[in-house]
Ligand binder design. Structure first.
Ligand code: MTE
Length: 315
């Protein structure tokens, strides 16, 4: 694998002076350890050797003042089940995936269906920087400086029909390249979904870069969803298809264990996972745990999407 050193990052001034900076802005399968972000075979503990953070975060912070997780950590602690269920193994194995050329089909209940080359998306929708917290359902988190564009802009161009109620996202299906897809334990391809109004929220982005460089393969190259107020598994990688649909899509992890991974999966310290609390989390690179924030700290922005909704029933 080609390791990307901080010195190779696009100089901050080149990339970041363009930024629009977000300030305020099934059953548990018998005996298995099945969990989104938690492989069937145990992975080494978080914070293990090799994950020591470097100071190379360019001084970036999120809007709450949390320092961005160093690039090296973001590149070596990944969940990508199509590649492997070992977090530390993803970085090198993912490099085998061919991501150029790459097309994203926007289809379904839209007036303007279209297939975009990823390069066209990048030139059509000016990238913005979004420094977001990523909270995995497993109880760890990072702060990641993404560059991308609001999904809403692409949806606006597609013109959803009034019958469109949800957006369904699909990852590349290619078991020859993505060896994990040969594992029949899971139902491939990886699918995720959002309610249309969630998808149209300005915080939901399609990311094509992080730390000012094209999205690394282990992080979902060439294009992935980032929905910062939801558990990390909703942020689907390597998207090839975005489909507007009438029925609520069945997500990959909901299909695997519906009692553990609901459609909404909003970060919520008050709604425990059936097998563990969600009240606190470990920021990768830090010792100890910190309290988990409702909607991952984005409640002011997204709370109204769920006004009057029972957040326990709709986990
Ligand atoms: N997308 C696909 N296609 N396949 C995956 O296995 N894992 C999810 C999500 N998106 C996953 C995926 C999970 S469980 C998490 S926590 C995040 O990606 C991790 O993103 P990262 O590896 O960039 O930190």
């Amino acid at each position: 694998m080609t390791k990307i050193h901080s010195s190779e990052i696009t100089p901050a001034g080149v990339y970041f002076n363009r930024r629009s900076f977000m300030k305020a802005a099934g059953a548990l399968l018998a005996g298995s350890a099945l969990a989104a972000c938690m492989p069937r075979t145990p992975s080494p503990a978080e914070g293990a050797a090799g994950l020591t953070p470097t100071p190379s975060n360019l001084g970036l912070t999120d809007e709450l003042g949390n320092p961005a997780t160093p690039l090296d950590t973001i590149l070596h602690y990944n969940n990508y089940y199509e590649v492997t269920d070992s977090k530390e193994g993803v970085a090198s194995l993912a490099q085998k995936l061919s991501t150029d050329p790459w097309a994203v089909e926007v289809t379904g209940l839209v007036r303007n269906p279209k297939t975009y080359a990823v390069d066209d998306l990048n030139s059509r929708f000016t990238p913005e920087e979004r420094i977001y917290r990523l909270r995995c359902v497993e109880g760890w988190s990072m702060v990641i400086p993404w560059q991308g564009f609001p999904l809403a802009r692409l949806l606006r161009e597609a013109e959803p029909m009034t019958s469109a109620k949800f957006v369904k996202f699909t990852t590349l299906y290619d078991p020859k390249q993505l060896r994990g897809q040969a594992d029949h334990f899971y139902s491939w391809p990886y699918i995720e979904g959002l309610r249309l109004d969630e998808a149209e929220h300005d915080l939901a982005i399609l990311a094509t870069a992080l730390y000012g460089q094209p999205l690394p393969k282990q992080d979902g190259a060439p294009i992935r969803l980032v929905v910062p107020w939801k558990y990390g598994f909703k942020s689907i990688k390597a998207i090839t298809r975005i489909e507007l649909v009438e029925e609520q899509p069945v997500s990959f992890w909901t299909e695997a264990a519906s009692n553990e991974y609901g459609f909404y999966s909003n970060v919520n310290p008050e709604v425990p996972h059936p097998r563990w609390s969600q009240a606190s989390e470990r920021r990768i690179g830090e010792l100890g745990r910190r309290p988990t924030l409702k909607f991952n700290g984005y409640a002011d922005e997204v709370g109204q999407l769920y006004a009057g909704m029972d957040l326990v029933a709709n986990y």
